[in-house]
Design a protein around this ligand. Structure first.
Ligand SMILES: C[S@@+](CC[C@H](N)C(=O)[O-])C[C@H]1O[C@@H](n2cnc3c(N)ncnc32)[C@H](O)[C@@H]1O
Length: 262
């Protein structure tokens, strides 16, 4: 079994750019327990174009190991080629139950594992997957920086990561409405006001492609190269490692994981 020591370099940072109002995992579970029964009706066909675009962009090759975090009810699972091995995880047992049913109903044998697991604390080994995708998930998790660090860790170095997400609108009117909704993040189960630039900056993603998709290009599909999880806290400018008290949110737990090579 491959083993990597993770030197934990604590970096307390602002979450201003990745969504000011905190979600916690219980709020997420609660929200998706509520959504599970009607999720496919409201978020199925209308968001399927984006799922298709994401999986097309993944350009899956025969035998590849694919991880989809926040797989939900499994609406994307039938879109993967049958020649790959897909693992899906989600924190919501109710959403996952529907993904299991879909796998059985559609005989999706290429879906090798569906598990209840927190994408910010995955139980997979380092470098276990060739490609890792987060489809409509980045603004749903409580801590997007931790999500990306975990995706880096479980993705093989030089592998690719994909994020399909809604980010704060460039239209001032819509952006204003999103800001108004932001305090309801817990109830909604996502951050309506997460900024694209802030997400990329905070997570240090090595973006190789960025495309707009779905209705009116309201969603963005990001393709990033896995830089092997090396976000060296020591190299960050001093101002970024300071705790900024008085900001809407201060999360002293955020940390970057820095794998040490053997
Ligand atoms: C908007 S839904 C997207 C579901 C699916 N990817 C799709 O295309 O419909 C977001 C999903 O992310 C899951 N989720 C949120 N936070 C998570 C976390 N920390 N770990 C794993 N799954 C999470 C939710 O339970 C929910 O099923």
């Amino acid at each position: 079994m491959q083993k990597t020591n993770h030197k934990v370099a604590p970096v307390s940072r602002r979450l201003r750019k990745t969504g000011g109002f905190r979600l916690d995992i219980d709020a997420v579970r609660k929200a998706y327990r509520r959504y599970a029964g009607f999720y496919d009706v409201y978020f199925g066909p209308v968001m399927q174009k984006g799922r298709r675009a994401a999986i097309r962009q993944m350009d899956c090759r025969s035998g590849e190991r694919i991880l989809e975090v926040g797989v939900g009810t499994g609406l994307s699972l039938g879109l993967y080629p049958r020649s790959v091995c897909v693992t899906g995880i989600d924190v919501s047992a109710e959403m996952l139950e529907r993904a299991h049913a879909r796998k059985q109903r559609l005989r999706l044998d290429h879906v090798v594992d569906l598990r209840e697991m927190d994408a910010e604390r995955m139980q997979f080994e380092d470098h276990a997957f060739d490609k890792v995708a987060a489809i409509y998930v980045a603004s749903v998790v409580p801590n997007p920086v931790r999500l990306v660090n975990e995706m880096r860790r479980v993705c093989k170095p030089g592998g690719q990561m994909y994020f399909l997400n809604h980010f704060q609108s460039r239209n001032r009117l819509i952006a204003g409405m999103e800001r108004v909704l932001a305090p309801l993040s817990k109830l909604l189960g996502f951050h309506p006001d997460m900024s694209l630039e802030g997400f990329i900056e905070d997570t240090r993603l090595d973006v190789i492609d960025q495309t707009r998709t779905n209705m009116l290009g309201y969603w963005t599909l990001i393709t990033a190269r896995n830089d092997a999880g090396i976000v060296d806290a020591a190299s960050l400018p001093a101002e970024e490692v300071s705790i900024e008290l008085g900001a809407a949110v201060v999360d002293p737990e955020i940390e970057y994981l820095r794998p040490t090579q053997h």
